[in-house]
Design a protein around this ligand. Structure first.
Ligand code: NAI
Length: 340
């Protein structure tokens, strides 16, 4: 930690204090991991970030020392669990990215990670509720459908829950959807926007092709594309053959979401990202969290968009999603109640 702290030079200090109104501290919890490292790199390259705090149970200071040599203005500090490392990493954070926990191995579902990751996320959330109760919390650790409700329960118990500042990062599903549809249609993925709603695992991932540029896709081509978007993560898990799941594409997706929040916080209007949030859309069915298009602003989630018009095929996907999603959310809530 101290080696990384020493690397803050005078120029960087001046740059930080000169732009205090735009100061944006970003904290990464799990910064030493497969996602954490490239995500931290992308945050170091982001000129909107003024301070980068990197925490991990192992390797935080090393990653921080390495990144601190990159010639962008942000300061980088690494933290370990010793002393007040976690609290210091979180203090004054505007954005807390959480990719801490274990990833999948071939044959595993995201839900199989629950037993390990639930307690990791609960404990990190407890620390954040104390040290950075007003930060935007971006949960990457799987199963997102359950870990987001875990964070919300912990924040509620601490009396600091702000539903507008809690986000499950589902951006990778959106990134995959635009890439995969561009491969089928032979187009530029940058021009492809496919809303992906629901949750972040298997059938809870619901791509709305009818709201894309290719609403007329149907039959086997559509079914194969939807299946690939829902289970695209499995391709990576299989190809990595036991060495983890998506890390580089996830880092890009997490960095994109964080960048969108920073832009919105700095006053840019009309920034919309699909994300898994505390949502009114299906509360009448007992489902408190749902991913849909969300407009971001200085207060976090400013406006949660409706699902919008969908076809019969997508309605069936949505029906299947809601069944699983409800169970996943209840599992997260029950975990915190049983293991506060
Ligand atoms: P990894 O094993 O490479 O890295 C995880 C890091 O978390 C390690 O450095 C580990 O030391 C750290 N860690 C463990 N317990 C911790 C604690 N209590 N406090 C701080 N750090 C802790 O795993 P990887 O590949 O980076 O994946 C991380 C998580 O992200 C997994 O749960 C994975 O399923 C999830 N993921 C989420 C995606 C999404 O779209 N939301 C996509 C891909 C992965």
């Amino acid at each position: 930690m101290f080696a990384a702290r020493r690397s803050i030079n005078l120029f960087q200090k001046r740059a930080f204090s000169a732009s205090a109104s735009q100061a944006s501290k970003v904290t990464v919890l799990g910064a030493g991991g497969g996602i954490g490292q490239p995500l931290s790199l992308l945050m170091k390259l982001n000129p909107r970030v003024t301070q980068l705090a990197l925490y991990d149970i192992r390797g935080g200071p090393g990653v921080a020392a390495d990144l601190s040599h990159i010639n962008t203005n942000s300061t980088v500090t690494g933290y370990s669990p010793d002393e007040a490392g976690l609290a210091d990493a979180l203090k004054d954070a505007e954005i807390v990215l959480i990719p801490a926990g274990v990833p999948r191995k071939p044959g595993m579902t995201r839900d199989d990670l629950f037993n390990t990751n639930a307690s990791i996320v609960r404990d990190l959330a407890k620390a954040a509720a104390k040290a950075s109760p007003n930060a935007n919390i971006l949960v990457i650790s799987n199963p997102v459908n359950s870990t987001v409700p875990i964070v919300s329960e912990v924040f509620k118990a601490a009396g600091v829950y702000n539903p507008k500042r809690l986000f499950g990062v589902t951006t990778l599903d959106v990134v995959r959807a635009s890439r995969f549809i561009s491969q089928v249609q032979k187009t530029d993925p940058n021009g492809e926007k496919v809303p992906v709603i629901g949750g972040h695992s298997g059938v809870t991932i619901v791509p709305l092709l009818s709201q894309s540029n290719h609403a007329s896709l149907s039959g086997e081509a559509r079914d194969a594309l939807v299946n690939r978007i829902q289970f695209g993560g499995d391709e990576v898990v299989k190809a990595k053959d036991g060495a983890g799941s998506a890390t580089l594409s996830m880092a890009m997706a997490g960095a994109r979401f964080a960048e969108s929040l920073l832009r919105a916080a700095q006053g840019e209007k009309g920034i919309i990202e699909p994300t898994f949030v505390d949502s009114p859309l299906f509360k009448d069915q007992g489902i408190d969290f749902f991913a849909s298009r969300v407009e971001l602003g200085p207060n976090g989630a400013e406006k949660i968009h409706e699902v919008g018009p969908i076809n019969e095929y997508e309605q069936k996907l949505l029906d299947a999603c809601l069944v699983d999603l409800k169970k996943n959310i209840e599992k997260g809530v029950a975990f915190v109640k049983a293991n506060p």
